[in-house]
Design a binder for this molecule. Structure first.
Ligand SMILES: NC(=O)C1=CN([C@@H]2O[C@H](COP(=O)(O)OP(=O)(O)OC[C@H]3O[C@@H](n4cnc5c(N)ncnc54)[C@H](OP(=O)(O)O)[C@@H]3O)[C@@H](O)[C@H]2O)[C@@H](O)CC1
Ligand SMILES: [K+]
Length: 496
């Protein structure tokens, strides 16, 4: 068993991949995998809460419940006061889970079909709750009874350990089951012990909030098991590019930021977005950073390190261009030329909206050559516009949406949001695991675009630059002092 960390590119598998692995693991295991899963759960429970005496296991009607029954048996045998609430009838449990129920009963575990309220008084306050209601078999909206049980777990003041995944979570998308929107219908776990392989839903959407610390037990994985291609890899953190002594400003690339129209349609000046992207590129170590405001004006009060130049005077072929940031409608008029001429390109925000609205620009993006790598950084709504689907469809399969976009537009895609996905043609997508809700403020996307531009300028390929930048951007937010406000400008200035 291991704590999933950010230092390794863990493979992520969907239902089918897990089933393929499961069958092979079971074939070479002398005991049912459920026995291993239950023992691992009990061991983790003991390690997390060594002094816990009173433990409640909420067990569901399938094999996830079976894992819970196995865990309950071990914890009972180790001297804990364990109560199991079983949702459903024991005779309806699948075979392995039924066998686990029989073993737990024979060992003397107290199993009933009620929620704790009625029996808690004679037991005293709970020390730990184990969520074994639903796992990989969760495919439909929560039944009313299941909803009540989920809410009971969430009311429980004790820490919660979820088995395989928190109940209520769609294991593949990270959304709530059945497209529910009320997060009260999702177990909020402190720890999640997942089996066989990491699942995408744990790292995306609501999964990021609901899982707590994620642990993985591969249930006896060994050499010789044939592993299907993963759906994705977790985006491991990477070292920053090293700047050699024997280098000069020209060695670290020139980034140009094109954006910031004078007065956007809604009446607000948008130069700030471009300045943020430029500041990010500067602090991330690009050799030179040029700010080209579409307002045609020179911005006052920007760092003196930034050069300012009209976009028409830029040598686009030689530059790492970041285009879009606050460009409003004005950016539309420059897009064709930017797409055709820019050496390397990051497209963000208004640049993407311009592409979404204009088929010719989409053709222009697709026609960029291999020598003109491009990264686009849509949030879910921008991705939906580009794919001509709804935001809900994007969010229900973020991996697929990012990959479709990458294949259609022949570029690297950074699909932002909870569990940023990085995809490119011919690459296994990455799911970024750093970052948190403090990044959900205006301007942080501009900072990310500027950072990607800087990493490309320093010599990373488009996909690597996107992966490195996403990891670093999120990590900065994770390391941010809790009592200090995180703003986009501060974020840009903390880059290195
Ligand atoms: N197989 C193995 O080798 C191993 C499996 N392992 C463990 O098994 C787990 C997968 O088990 P699983 O496939 O039995 O699914 P599980 O999540 O328990 O749920 C199925 C039950 O729930 C019900 N149900 C579904 N949705 C519902 C809803 N919304 N609201 C209410 N009810 C709902 C569903 O009813 P149905 O939809 O069929 O009517 C059915 O009765 C996996 O996550 C891991 O923990 C480990 O031990 C390792 C080895
Ligand atoms: K569970």
């Amino acid at each position: 068993m291991q704590r999933l960390s950010r230092t390794s590119a863990w493979p992520v598998h969907g239902r089918q991949g897990i089933q393929v692995l499961e069958a092979q693991l079971q074939a070479c295991s002398p005991i049912p995998l459920m026995g291993k899963a239950g023992l691992a759960t009990a061991q983790l429970a003991l390690a997390l809460a060594p002094y816990a005496q009173r433990i409640w296991v909420a067990a569901g009607p399938g094999n996830n419940g079976g894992d819970g029954l196995e865990a309950a048996m071990h914890l009972h045998q180790w001297g804990k006061a364990v109560r199991v609430s079983l949702l459903g009838k024991a005779q309806n449990l699948p075979a392995d889970a039924h066998a686990a129920w029989q073993r737990a009963q024979a060992a003397g575990v107290q199993i009933n079909s009620e929620l704790p309220a009625s029996w808690l008084e004679d037991m005293g306050p709970l020390d730990l709750c184990i969520d074994a209601l639903l796992g990989m078999g969760a495919t439909r909206p929560l039944s009313c009874e299941m909803q009540t049980w989920v809410q009971a777990i969430n009311r429980c003041p004790a820490p919660v350990l979820a088995i395989d995944l928190p109940t209520g979570l769609n294991p593949e998308s990270g959304q709530l089951l059945g497209d529910a929107t009320d997060t009260a219908l999702l177990v909020q776990a402190d720890h999640t012990l997942t089996f066989i392989a990491a699942k995408a839903g744990l790292f995306m959407g609501h999964g990021r909030d609901a899982c707590g610390q994620i642990w993985l037990d591969c249930l006896g994985f060994r050499d010789g098991i044939s592993v299907p291609p993963p759906q994705a890899l977790l985006n491991d953190s990477k070292p920053r590019p090293i700047k050699r002594h024997a280098s000069h400003k020209g060695s670290h690339g020139d980034v140009a930021i094109i954006g910031g129209e004078a007065m956007a349609a809604h009446g607000m000046g948008m130069t700030g977005a471009a300045v943020l992207a430029a500041t990010a590129a500067l602090h991330a170590g690009a050799g030179r950073v040029i700010l080209s405001l579409l307002s045609g004006q020179h911005a006052e009060s920007v760092p003196p390190d930034l050069m300012q130049r009209e976009w028409q005077r830029l040598d686009l072929e030689k530059l790492h261009v970041v285009c879009g940031c606050g460009g409003g409608q004005t950016v539309q008029s420059v897009m064709a030329e930017v797409l055709r001429r820019s050496g390397q390109l990051v497209l963000d925000a208004d640049g993407l909206n311009a592409v979404a609205q204009d088929d010719k620009l989409q053709v222009g993006l697709r026609q960029r050559t291999d020598a003109q790598p491009t990264v686009i950084t849509p949030h879910p709504l921008e991705a939906a516009r580009l794919l001509n689907i709804s935001t809900t469809e994007v969010q229900s399969d973020r991996l697929k949406a990012a990959q479709n976009l990458a294949d259609q537009l022949r570029c690297t895609v950074v699909l932002k949001g909870s569990g940023t996905v990085i995809a490119a043609p011919g690459q296994t997508p990455r799911i970024n695991t750093s970052g948190n809700g403090r990044l959900a403020i205006g301007g942080t996307g501009d900072v990310l675009a500027g950072l990607i531009g800087a990493r490309m300028a320093q010599g990373l390929g488009a996909f690597d630059a996107a992966c490195t930048a996403a990891a670093q951007h999120g990590q900065l937010a994770d390391d941010w002092p809790p009592n200090k406000a995180l703003t986009a400008s501060r974020l840009a200035q903390r880059l290195a």
